[in-house]
Structures are given as structure tokens and as C-alpha cells.
Write a protein that binds this ligand. Sequence first.
Ligand code: RAM
Length: 331
Amino acid sequence: MQLIGSVSVIAGAGVGVGPALAADKLRIAMVVKALGNGFFDACHDGGLEAAKELGNVDLIYTGPTKATAEEQIAVIDSLIAQKVDAIAISANDTNALVPVCKKAMGRGIKVISFDSGIAPEGRIMHLNPSNNALIGAKCVQMMAATLKGEGDVAILSATAQATNQNIWIEEMKKEWAKPDYAKMKLVATVYGDDVADKSYRETQGLIKAYPNLKGIIAPTSVGIVAAAKAVVDAGLVGKVYVTGLGLPSEMKGAVLAGATDTFAIWNPIDLGYTATMIAAQIAEGKATGAPGTTIHAGRMGDIKIGDDGSAAMSDPFTFDKSNIEKFAKIF
Ligand code: RAM
């Protein structure tokens, strides 16, 4: 498995040569669902900011080329061999990564998950970007506001095993069950695997299969852009609306074209920054990450870990024509 990022020089490799080796620095690996995803690139930026601020951290940014648990297991095995100090992972599967993460923890590596979680046995704590129920409800509310509560709607998700999207879809369904949405019907849920091409094709499939389709909710930054593009390309702007979770920088075209009325997201830079700060504090023994404790995460303040071993950051923020250009410059 190829590791991309600032992989540190292994201590002793160049005995007696060069400046103080990076070995006295903490090596923290940020393992993302897949490389080449703008959302994770922004998390990486936040991680680099935290590493710089802390001064004693080398950040290794890595992940597979495809968003699968199998490929992430290979990445983690390689990080275990490199004896990194901590791993912050956005998981492609809740349970499949538990054994390898347990193995890492057994070797003294501090493992946390962020964005998309691992089951509690496989990590010390999990950092949610926001409250899951709020994210799910928000997606349904945005769609209902655009469609005035009426019409056929489909969900275009990431991979079928993604912890975070699956939780958000469950939360969407809870909101959807309210009488306010009685005339808005969920007709299908499809998976674009966080791959632009596949998400585009799945959207085309939805448009074909459901001639009365009025909306698509894509709770994935890759899926939402691809779905909006498919709507624009099919000449369906004004007939089919796309909402969900996306990056303003990637969604500017969709909003200005009218394929998307509103969408939401949290700040991925802050998420990567906080995950790195937390991993560093735990690796240094300055925090345990145990339920009920608090970890100081630099400019993000104190992060409180709940009894379930997870913490949540800020509320999702909504974007539309009025603010997209401003935020598109940031992430
Ligand atoms: C994609 C990934 C990520 C998710 C965002 C919203 O980039 O699936 O895990 O948090 O979308």
C-alpha cells in the first residue's frame, strides 16, 4: 500500500547524520476514507495547522485509493509496522476495522476515529463533526423547504458500509416519519461509493427509473457535486433539486446553476485540526480520551467526550446563493 504524506525518517536510519531526527516528534497518521476527496484534503489542511501549532507533531496523511475497509486495513497494518504514535481514522466500515485497530492499540498506538466512526472496541474515542440527529434532520428539512414538502425524493449516499452516512440516513428517516413530510416520498437509496463517476451514473439511473423524481439528497461531498452535474447535464434544473452535504468550493457551480437551492456542511478544516489535536494530546498522555473527560483542542476550545465515548463539534451551516461565493474561497 502506497503511503502518501510526510512519512518521517525512521530513527537510526541515518545514524549520526543530519539534524535531530523527526523521531523525537510524535508521528500522527490521519487515515481518510480515500485519497483524492476534497473534503479530506481540507481535513488534511486542518491537521497540518494543528501539527504546526503543536510543533512536536509530524502528520502522516494517508488512505486508500478506494473507499473500502480492506484497503484501509492494509494502510493501518503498514502504519503499525512504522510504529506511529497515533492514528485518527475516518472509517469505511464500523466493524471490519475493529481487529486491525485493536492490534494497533495493543502495540501502544493511540487510535481515535473522526468523521466516520469505528465501533467503540476499536478506538479510544470518536469525534463527530456535528450532532448526527441534527445532520439527518437538516438534510430532510432543506429538501422539504425547496420542494414545499411535496414530491418523490431519492438518497444518493457514499458507500453502503460508511458509518457516518448510514447513521445520517437513519436520522433522516426519523425526521421523514413526521407528518410534515407526508407528501414527500422516499423512493430509493443508491450508493455512489464516494466516486464521482459512479455517483453521476447512479443519479442518471434514478432520473430514468423515477420520472417523477423531484429531489435527491446526497449526504456526501462527492455524491452531491456529481448528482448536481447529472441534473444540469440532463437539462433538469428547476425540475430536480439536489441537496445534502457538500463543500462550498465544489458546489458553487451547482448553486449558481440552480441545480441546488441549499446544502449544508461543517468546517472540514476545523474537523481535521481538532482530530489531530486530540490524537496528539492522547499520544502524549496529556489526555486519556475516556468517556466523561475533556480534551483541550487549541483554537477549538475544550472538547467534551460523552458517556458513549464520542464528542460532537459544531452545528452544520447552510449555504445558498447568498453566501456560496464567500465560503467557496475557504473550503
Ligand atoms: C464525503 C465523505 C465524508 C463525509 C462528507 C460529507 O467527503 O463521505 O466522510 O463526511 O462526504
